[in-house]
Design a binder for this molecule. Structure first.
Ligand code: GTP
Ligand code: MG
Length: 466
């Protein structure tokens, strides 16, 4: 059990209506007694739990200086975020009042909280498991509705329950096997054990299959808009953003640096990267921009190759078509789509068929960034590509986290080894070793079996005060 008391500003830094300084630990209530005064300037020694009190925060005892006017609440365990004594001070939401109140709590004996330390305590004190704790940060960082829904479901324990079911399956197979080890007359596992192992494996694989799309919903993908100068890359970025973010002119070489903006495409967070048109140039600044375009081309998950459909393909277009083809061949996870822009003008390209000669497997969308014609078709195509062509039901439980995916994949490997041992007629203790390892992998997700170093790694990425 922790003995120190921690304090932090839990709201975002900047100006806001209110800002909250939050404390947890055994000294939270004594500190509140010391620094809180009633509107009449009196000390207050009795705070009912879960009740808001209006008053002042003063420094330096009874002759103290007024730091802020607040609403204060004391929360008695166990009905608190951390399951410890907690105090929340609702201050005015400015950096100066918040930092002064925070500093006062530190002078009074609290320690500045580490990132995620409140949630870490909630986990260590057993109020939530590790997957639920991770969901807290996912909620804060969620970029789209489906991402938020998944995170809320995970916090409510949806993923943890699925993991618990799979663990339960493993556990009951183990119990059978242990009984056989104790009474070894008949060492071949009975059919009921192997049937159960197959069933558990099917459950595991079903969950694992949601990971590709789930991780995309949580993290999003990077999409680079590439093409030669003047095809309408920046116009496309603006159209997808529905905002005039990038400068558009009829002059070739307008964009000189990469511009990044996040859009929500059918619930998938997509970081769109507009780049400088790739061409041979003498201009030093343009050349640097083009170098960045090439980097974006090789680092993005999704490539949007823009061609101007109102003119014939030129040498530069063909070089880029080749470069995109090369990227796709080099990296199997990479996706791409071809955009024939300026469909509002008279077409000069023969359309998708002409592109298919060079890039047969890519979707081709003919649209106008200027009028917005068939922009929705592009959005649909991009969302589908991002999710790997799967039709996913976002309301069911998904694995949204790479760490969880890895642990599940390892569990599946161990379970597979157990199944093979069973099929090969190996003794029961061979099988049970692998089942134990699989259980341990599942425990890494919910936190039953977890190293301190991993906890550190996970909570380091949290916000301060969360
Ligand atoms: N008719 C028509 N013109 C377009 C369309 N999209 C872009 N344009 C025009 O094409 C010109 C170039 O557009 P940009 O969006 O700046 O092109 P870009 O590919 O970003 O160009 P660079 O940044 O120079 O590489 C501008 O005059 C746009 O108004 C379209 O769909 N139809
Ligand atoms: Mg541009």
């Amino acid at each position: 059990m922790y003995i120190d008391t921690i304090s932090a500003i839990s709201t975002g830094m900047g100006e806001g209506g209110i800002g909250i300084v939050r404390l947890t630990g055994p000294q939270a209530l004594p500190i509140l007694h010391n620094i809180f005064r009633t509107p009449g300037g009196k000390r207050k020694t009795r705070f009912e739990s879960h009740r808001l009190y209006y008053g002042q925060i003063v420094s330096g005892g009874d002759t103290g200086e007024l730091l802020d006017e607040v609403m204060a609440v004391y929360l008695a365990p166990p009905r608190t975020y951390t399951r410890e004594d907690m105090v929340e001070l609702n201050c005015h939401g400015g950096i100066v009042p918040l930092e002064r109140v925070l500093n006062l709590t530190l002078q009074q004996g609290a320690r500045l909280a580490e990132p995620g330390e409140f949630t870490l305590r909630a986990f260590l004190n057993g109020r939530i498991d590790l997957a639920q704790a991770e969901a807290v940060q996912d909620i804060v960082r969620s970029k789209t509705g489906p991402g938020l829904e998944q995170a809320l479901g995970q916090l409510a324990g949806n993923l943890s329950r699925r993991i618990a079911n799979i663990r339960q399956g493993l556990l009951s197979s183990l119990a059978h096997l242990e009984a056989m080890i104790d009474f070894p007359e008949d060492d071949v596992p009975p059919a009921s054990v192997s049937a159960q192992l197959y069933e558990t494996m099917a459950e595991l694989e079903k969950l694992l299959a949601t990971a590709d799309a789930g991780i995309i919903y949580r993290q999003g993908i990077r999409a680079a808009i590439v093409g030669v100068p003047n095809v309408g890359k920046s116009s496309l970025l603006n159209a997808l953003l529905r905002a005039d973010r990038a400068i558009v002119t009829p002059i070739a070489g307008t964009t000189r640096d990469v511009i990044e903006e996040t859009v929500n495409l059918r619930g998938v967070p997509v970081v769109l990267v507009d780049t400088a048109g790739i061409t041979a140039t003498e201009d030093v600044v343009e050349a640097l921009g083009i170098e960045r375009s090439r980097q974006a081309l090789s680092s993005a998950d999704l490539l949007l190759l823009v061609l101007d459909g109102s003119r014939q393909l030129e040498a530069g277009d063909l070089e880029l078509i080749e470069a995109v083809g090369g990227e796709l061949a080099r990296e199997s996870g990479k996706k791409a789509c071809v955009i024939l822009n300026k469909s509002d003008l008279a077409p000069r390209l023969t359309g998708p068929d002409e592109i298919k000669r060079y890039l047969p497997d890519l979707p081709v969308v003919s649209l106008s960034a200027r009028t917005g014609e068939r922009l929705d078709e592009l959005e649909e195509t991009l969302a589908r590509l991002a999710l790997g062509g799967q039709n996913v039901a976002t309301h069911s439980v998904m694995v949204t986290n790479e760490r969880h995916r890895r642990a599940l994949a390892q569990a599946a490997e161990h379970l597979q080894a157990a199944i093979l041992s069973g099929e090969a007629g190996l003794p029961a203790d061979f099988i049970s070793i692998d089942l134990r390892l699989a259980m341990e992998n599942l425990g890494e997700i919910t936190g039953e079996s977890v190293q301190d170093s991993l906890l550190k790694e996970i909570f380091e990425n949290f916000c301060i005060g969360k």
